[in-house]
Design a protein around this ligand. Structure first.
Ligand code: ADP
Length: 403
């Protein structure tokens, strides 16, 4: 069965077509700079020998509809394509950033779901409108396929009230649904399942801390396999230091910036979301560059790296206390999977919690799941490559089969 996974952003569409019978990627790609003068398209088809055929195009893509049509044309094309007709695609799995409290799990999309998605736009004005556009277009272009929504927030819906409420007037939760939601749910869920398989223990018997360090970054505490706390909040701005986002700051900071520097709400939003984090501290949001700069003596890069890892370490401590005992700590995403230096700094000095990584195992690079802790470490420290698209495809398949 073929499942197309679509991740629609405000000016981009990322896609991946899976053959679920073989758990194989048939084709993938991204359309970028939609609506700009010159757009970009990168398409990759997996060949029989496992290598891939790549096609890049610089074309003007006026809107998302044109973008998805171009993707379909490439999927059908005799050279770059992998299907003969659209109806071969049984389902389209859509990544949806915010499901609010309406969605605790993956949902087959019908009119009721669309209405609930529209209601949730105010919770994620930067992301949900594009996700909705992607669904609407996909329904037109693939009328025979089942459309499924997979939410970044759903995995965190098991978090108890004491962890998700903010200490502000309770009516703001009751009437406006202002609370912590958490994001990156598909990634946290995916690596948790992989960790259980790797450790040979049922997920329901494991206490885990999962650490997703990509451009965005978040952590989750899982008791008996269920999420009980996470670092991002009502929006993806809270928690850890990220590429361009501040993570936790004093909530009074916006008032100070407005009162003393005359900044508007829009300026402050941009400052905290786009100009802060690693970029704000040392001029780049690419962790490879941060480490290179630090290695050549740049003091701002040094402090950026320290602050980044210190924040992760604080959350490890907090979540250890929340869980009261830990089986495994899991690093994932671009930085978590590829930076031994970040992993080392995050775990440094935690042997008192039973967390001790082996320098040689930590420095070995590999694309597969690995245990980087010393053999006697009570907590297994794992590096697990995430695959959010595949997880969305799996969830889509499950939703399809349980209809
Ligand atoms: P996204 O959230 O956009 O999916 P990724 O998970 O791909 O992001 O992570 C992007 C981050 O991973 C970037 O900060 C990049 O610098 C970092 N990264 C990738 N490879 C390495 C590496 N070898 N060492 C350190 N950081 C890396």
């Amino acid at each position: 069965m073929k499942i197309l996974v679509i991740n629609t952003g405000s000016s981009s569409i990322k896609y991946e077509l899976f053959d679920m019978g073989r758990s194989a990627v048939l084709a993938s790609g991204i359309v970028e700079r939609i609506g700009e003068k010159s757009g970009n398209l990168t398409h990759s088809k997996t060949l029989a020998d496992g290598t891939s055929l790549k096609r890049t195009e610089s074309v003007s893509i006026p809107d998302h509809r044109a973008g998805l049509k171009r993707i379909v044309a490439l999927l059908l094309n005799s050279e770059t394509g992998v299907i003969r007709k659209r109806s071969e695609i049984a389902a389209v799995g859509h990544r949806v950033v915010h499901g609010g409290e309406d969605f605790h799990s993956t949902s087959v999309i019908d009119e009721k779901v669309m209405e609930a998605l529209r209601q949730n736009v105010r919770l994620a004005p930067l992301h949900n409108p594009a996700n909705i556009t992607g669904i609407e277009i996909s329904r037109d272009i693939f009328p025979e396929a089942v459309q499924v929504a997979v939410f970044d927030t759903a995995f965190h819906q098991t978090i108890p009230m004491k962890a998700f409420l903010y200490a502000i007037p309770i009516e703001l939760y009751e009437n406006e649904k202002i609370r912590k939601y958490g994001f990156h749910g598909t990634s946290h869920a995916y690596v948790a399942e992989k960790a259980a398989l790797f450790l040979g223990v049922a997920l329901e018997e494991l206490n885990l801390i999962t650490i997703h360090l990509g451009n965005g970054a978040s952590m989750a505490a899982l008791r008996n396999g269920k999420c009980v706390d996470t670092s991002m909040g009502m929006t993806p701005l809270g928690g850890l230091v990220m590429g361009t986002r501040s993570g936790d700051v004093d909530p009074a900071l916006p008032f100070f910036l407005a009162d003393n520097l005359g900044m508007s709400l829009k300026d402050i939003d941009k400052l905290l979301n786009e100009k802060s984090g690693l970029k704000g501290l040392c001029g780049t949001n690419d962790m490879r560059e941060v480490i290179e700069k630090r290695n050549s003596g740049d003091e701002r890069a040094q402090i950026a790296l320290e602050l980044y890892c210190y924040r992760v370490k604080k959350y490890i401590g907090a979540y250890f206390a929340v869980l009261g005992g830990l089986d495994s700590l899991v690093f994932t995403a671009g930085i978590g999977e590829n930076s031994p230096e970040v992993r080392r700094l995050c775990c440094e000095g935690l042997s008192g919690l039973g967390i001790q990584i082996d320098p040689e195992r930590n420095n070995r690079s590999a694309d597969e799941i690995r245990d980087i802790s010393v053999p006697e470490s009570p907590v297994r420290v794992l590096v697990i490559p995430t695959d959010e698209e595949f997880k969305i495809a799996q969830e889509t398949l499950k939703a399809l089969q349980s209809r």
